[in-house]
Write a protein that binds this ligand. Structure first.
Ligand code: NDP
Length: 393
């Protein structure tokens, strides 16, 4: 019996659970566990077949270990928050279970994400013969696989990569974030950073922008940001001279973010409030719409892809690989908006490849270190078809 334990019943957890439930031949038994049991039960009401639900605090290693010992999964899928990455990796090591996540660890009291903490688990996973797959969402995740696929089939070396993430959807709220508000705002308010000629170059937050004509969407302004897949791709892509990450934001979103930052609502340190300690960003999260609630009214599309330039057989070459996803179509299928969908589907595919032994390894892996072909094939099958374009230079 193949069993998967999904931890985190938010927007992404909903998609992962629904998609795993659609593939009973691989995910024979599914358990969805999260901090709030009711959220697991709400998701379970919509799955194609019955699943188990449990309450668990993923910060508490012994609680997770107990749940793993009881349910006996082959794989733990962490779609809770990046804060839980290390405790869940520890629980997997203690119980001898493979691990997968969609976002790299960051400490709760410092808005700084980086792979070091999880790469430090390399030897421990190797010694136990276990696999930890890091960042199996869209970006990171599919974007890493797009790069690996291009490297394998179209280039001898890739010199320039621009990862471009556009959400042209409208959800009808004045301000809402498409994934966990706390993690999203921490990411966007950080300084920008890109890698060029062996060096990291920093920029002020959202200070560098340019326009791009996104297929099926049109011209949008995108802003240079630091994003976690850059950290591993600089090691794993041959011939790289520059890699950057860009994301589009609407004017309304940026205006609200500016005001929230100016008035101190994005602070992550705790303050005294009427005799209690509160963290302004956590309070803000509590009053913003949940990402999982946005789908019903969401219209429009996302386009996320990689523009890559390099050489093949001595000739210059440029390739653009992207996926377009429609918010309303995602809602029709699994009651989700496209951001959770584009994260949850690759998480399910990563899980599927581990559970069937197509992707196997001992240690900690980033997505581009594995064979991209089976993953690319499954994207087309499970709802995220991609397009590859040769671009004239
Ligand atoms: P949500 O806030 O919608 O969901 C997070 C869920 O995790 C909530 O249900 C929450 O429970 C649960 N949770 C939080 N802390 C704990 C805990 N200690 N123990 C158990 N459960 C806990 O976020 P999303 O679904 O939008 O995002 C999930 C993850 O996916 C995040 O890490 C995010 O960074 C990542 N992501 C990755 C992307 C990619 O492309 N790679 C893109 C988008 C997101 P409760 O409801 O009780 O608070």
């Amino acid at each position: 019996m193949k069993r998967v334990l999904v931890i985190g019943a938010g927007g992404v957890g909903n998609v992962v659970t629904q998609k795993c439930a659609q593939v009973p031949e691989i995910f024979e038994e599914i358990c969805l566990a999260s901090r709030t049991l009711e959220k697991c039960e709400n998701i379970a009401r919509n799955t194609k077949r019955p699943i188990k639900t449990e309450k668990v605090d993923a910060d508490n290693i012994s609680e997770v270990v107990e749940l793993i010992r009881e349910f006996k999964p082959d794989l733990v899928m962490n779609v809770a928050l990046p804060y839980q990455d290390l405790s869940l990796m520890d629980a997997c090591l203690e119980t001898g279970v493979h691990y997968l996540d969609t976002a790299n660890y960051e400490p709760i009291d410092e808005a700084k994400f980086c792979y070091k903490w999880q790469w430090d688990y390399q030897e421990r996973f190797r010694e136990k013969g276990l696999m930890a797959l890091l960042g199996s969402g869209f970006d990171p995740g599919v974007t890493n696989v797009f790069c690996a696929y291009a490297m394998k089939h179209y280039f001898d070396e890739i010199n320039f990569i621009d990862i471009m993430d556009c959400n042209a959807g409208l959800h009808g709220h004045a301000f809402a974030t498409n994934f966990n508000p706390e993690i999203n705002i921490r990411e966007i308010t950080q300084r920008g950073k890109f890698w060029e000629n062996g060096e990291w170059i920093e920029t002020d937050p959202l200070s560098v922008r340019k326009e791009f004509d996104f297929p099926e969407i049109g011209f949008r302004e995108m802003y240079l940001m630091y994003h976690e897949e850059l950290e591993s791709l600089v090691f794993n892509i041959k011939g790289l001279k520059r890699i950057r990450f860009w994301m589009t934001f609407g004017k309304e979103y940026l205006k609200h973010l500016d005001v929230l930052r100016n008035v101190g609502m994005t602070r992550i340190d705790s303050i005294d409030f009427e005799g209690k300690k509160i963290v302004p960003l956590k309070f803000l999260k509590a009053v913003l719409p949940e990402p999982s609630s946005l789908g019903e009214t969401y219209t429009g599309k996302t386009n996320i892809g990689c523009m890559m330039e390099g050489t093949k057989d001595g000739e210059k070459k440029k390739v653009y690989i992207y996926n377009v996803c429609d918010h309303a179509e995602c809602f029709k299928e699994v009651k989700s908006q496209a951001i959770s969908y584009t994260t949850g589907v690759p998480a399910m595919i990563g899980a599927m490849l581990i559970m069937t032994g197509v992707w196997k390894g001992e240690g900690v892996y980033n997505m581009e270190q594995l064979d991209p072909d089976p993953f690319m094939e499954k994207l087309n099958v499970y709802g995220l078809p991609w397009v590859m374009k040769d671009i004239k230079i």
